[in-house]
Structure formats: structure tokens, C-alpha cells
Design a protein around this ligand. Structure first.
Ligand code: ACO
Length: 335
């Protein structure tokens, strides 16, 4: 194994205290617990406290991952935050998190926007930067406050999303020999269907439609989604990403100990399970408790799966996601 091949040294996650259940949501918008559960699998989601920002949640998850990895903040020289809900459009929330966590000033810190695929994109980016030898230990965070971009009057979207953060620490294997088999990120398969960018977007607030009284009145700063079209593209993209990565690395589905999919909709996950001919118990699912937390969904699930004893040393996990863009991607990780 190359001494430069990084491994996951620790994981952490954070969920805001406030739980918003389906029944409570149905009191403010025309929906029902039954509709939400049967169409998406979601029972409840977490909502950040007023004044609690993306950075606050990212810091909590990052601190827990550092403690789990037994790595000091001072030893991190790369921070990537995958998010579509930074504290503010500028600067990157990574800069705010760097300061709050006390990471060295001599560290590269930036945000990465690939929506719900953001964590897999950030994992790939961090591993490539570490493998270059120019960086040594990375903190990769997925943090989202989706409650701040959801239109709480739009029942087609507001029932699906939640807030939270997850993180991992990447660095050289503690085993100086590297061990008998290659560990860490075995590979990724990333992709983008840019032609479908309009299926899921926040139309206003960027450079093409800057904020104005008109965009505000039109609700242009909220997330807009064509749910049914997204559903179909998501299944196709995730199947493609899963199939390609397994083929590229000669890994059979029987070698996958656990699939950690993006937690958007249990019906999408069931379609992937059917395609891969894997039983549902080989998939880690927590969307019933968190809803879709975009870039935070996979790192929260990774942390929960590890702490629940569902990931053991030597296991191979398949991560697979899709998101606005439409971006999609898969990753194979050996622990
Ligand atoms: N409660 C009750 N009824 C509803 C609700 C609701 N919350 N939302 C929509 N409906 C109604 C619709 O108005 C429609 O009524 P109609 O038949 O009278 O027109 C009916 O339910 C069916 O609506 P569909 O949109 O066709 O329902 P569908 O079965 O496709 O499920 C869903 C909708 C859950 C959104 C599904 O399409 C989905 O999960 N799509 C993927 C969305 C997703 O994962 N987005 C995240 C992308 S990741 C990222 O980057 C953030």
C-alpha cells in the first residue's frame, strides 16, 4: 500500500435537538403522516435552533470526529465543507469553522457545492489532495441547515428535508506497515447531468437573478423541485454509479458489507437494492429520523453505522448519492 493512501481515522455527527414530527408538520401544511411515510419513509426531521447556523453544526460534528480519531485540531491542514447552506454566501463556511475549531492558519479551507452528492465529492477531493503528499490530515464535513431554504408553505418539498452535520478525519494509517490490504478510499465514480439543473434549484439570489423585492415576493430564494423527475433520474444515476464502481474495482455485491446511500427517500433506496440484488438489511437507513439532510446525510449515516457496530475493520462499504445539479457519485471504502 502507498504510504500516501489515506484512511478514515474517525467519524462524528451532530443533530439539532428540536424534532419536528410528521403529525406536527401536518398541522401547518396540507399533508399527513401517512402520505409522508408511504411516499418517502420519513417520520421526523431535526430543525436547527434559531440562530444556530451551518457552522455551529459543522463544528460539533467536526469536534466529535477529531475526538474519535484522536487527532488534534492543530494537526489538520485541510478542511473541506460540503454544503449548499453556508452561514452566508461569502466567505466559505469552512473559514468560519476553521476559526471556531482552532485549526491552524496554515490549513487550506474551502466549501464544496455538489448538493446531496457533496460528501462523496469532498471525500474524493480530500483523498486526492492527501495522496499528492502536499497535505497530511484532512477534516471533511457535510453540514446543512436546509430548514433555512425550504418554503414551509410548499408541501411538496418541506416534508422531505432536515438539518444536521457529519464529519470524518482522513490521514495516514496508524499501522506503519499499511497492513496486508489496501484500506481507505478504493475509488470513486462521480458524474453530473447538468442538463437537469432546473429540476432542483434555488432560482434567485445568485448572479443571474440577484436578490430584489421582486425575487423575495416571488419566493425565488426557496428550493424548487420537480420531485417526480428527480426521482427517476436519481434511481438511474445511482444505479449507474453503483454498477460502474463495482465493475471498475472487480468487487462483487457479495463483498459489500454495508451500503450507505444518500438518505432522500426509502423508495429510491429500495429501487437500488433491487437493482443490486441486495437485501435491505445490507443498507443503512436513518432517513426515518432525519429526513434528507443533503451533504450531511452520508457522514451522519457513516457515524451512526460505525457507532452501532455495523462497520468493522476490513469491511467494504459502498457509498452512493445523487443531488441537485444533478450530481451523482459512488465511493468504495475499505475500513
Ligand atoms: N402531502 C400530501 N400530498 C402531497 C404532498 C404532501 N406533502 N406533496 C405532494 N402531494 C400530492 C401532489 O400534489 C400530487 O397530487 P395530485 O395527484 O392531486 O396532483 C400527489 O401528492 C402525488 O405527487 P407526486 O409528486 O407525483 O408524488 P410522488 O409519488 O412522486 O412522491 C416525492 C413525491 C416524495 C417528492 C418523490 O417524487 C421523491 O422523493 N422525489 C425525489 C425527491 C428528492 O429526493 N429530492 C432531493 C434531491 S437531493 C438534493 O440535492 C437536495
Amino acid at each position: 500500500m502507498s504510504p500516501r493512501s489515506p484512511v478514515i481515522l474517525g467519524t462524528g455527527s451532530y443533530a439539532p435537538e428540536r424534532i419536528l414530527g410528521n403529525a406536527e408538520l401536518a398541522r401547518t401544511v396540507d399533508t399527513s403522516d401517512e402520505w409522508i411515510r408511504t411516499r418517502s419513509g420519513i417520520r421526523e426531521r431535526r430543525i436547527a435552533a434559531p440562530g444556530e447556523g451551518c457552522s455551529d453544526m459543522g463544528v460539533q460534528a467536526g469536534r466529535r470526529a477529531l475526538a474519535d480519531a484522536r487527532v488534534a485540531a492543530a494537526d489538520i491542514d485541510l478542511l473541506i465543507v460540503a454544503t449548499i447552506t453556508p452561514d452566508m454566501p461569502m466567505p466559505a463556511v469552512a473559514c468560519i469553522i476553521q476559526h471556531k475549531l482552532g485549526l491552524p492558519t496554515a490549513s487550506a479551507c474551502f466549501d464544496l457545492n455538489a448538493a446531496c452528492s457533496g460528501f462523496i465529492y469532498a471525500l474524493d477531493t480530500a483523498c486526492a489532495m492527501l495522496a499528492s503528499g502536499r497535505y497530511h490530515r484532512a477534516l471533511v464535513i457535510g453540514a446543512e441547515k436546509l430548514s433555512s431554504i425550504v418554503d414551509w408553505k410548499d408541501r411538496a418539498t418541506c416534508v422531505l428535508f432536515g438539518d444536521g452535520a457529519g464529519a470524518i478525519v482522513l490521514g495516514p494509517s496508524p499501522d506503519p506497515t499499511g497492513g496486508p490490504v489496501r484500506r481507505g478510499l478504493l475509488g470513486t465514480r462521480l458524474g453530473t447531468y447538468g442538463a437537469s439543473a432546473d429540476l432542483l434549484c434555488i432560482p434567485a439570489g445568485g448572479s443571474s437573478l440577484p436578490p430584489s423585492a421582486k425575487t423575495l415576493a416571488a419566493g425565488g430564494h426557496f428550493m424548487k423541485m420537480k420531485g417526480r423527475e428527480i426521482f427517476k433520474t436519481a434511481v438511474r444515476a445511482m444505479e449507474e454509479a453503483a454498477r460502474d464502481i463495482l465493475e471498475q474495482h472487480g468487487v462483487g455485491t457479495n463483498q459489500i458489507a454495508l451500503v450507505i446511500p444518500h438518505q432522500a427517500n426509502s423508495r429510491i433506496i429500495e429501487a437500488i437494492a433491487q437493482y443490486l440484488e441486495l437485501p435491505m438489511d445490507r443498507f443503512f437507513i436513518n432517513l426515518d429520523r432525519f429526513g434528507n439532510t443533503s451533504a450531511a446525510s452520508i457522514p451522519i449515516a457513516l457515524d451512526e453505522a460505525r457507532r452501532a457496530g455495523r462497520i468493522k475493520t476490513g469491511d467494504i462499504s459502498l457509498l452512493v448519492a445523487f443531488g441537485a445539479g444533478l450530481t451523482y457519485g459512488s465511493a468504495l471504502v475499505r475500513w
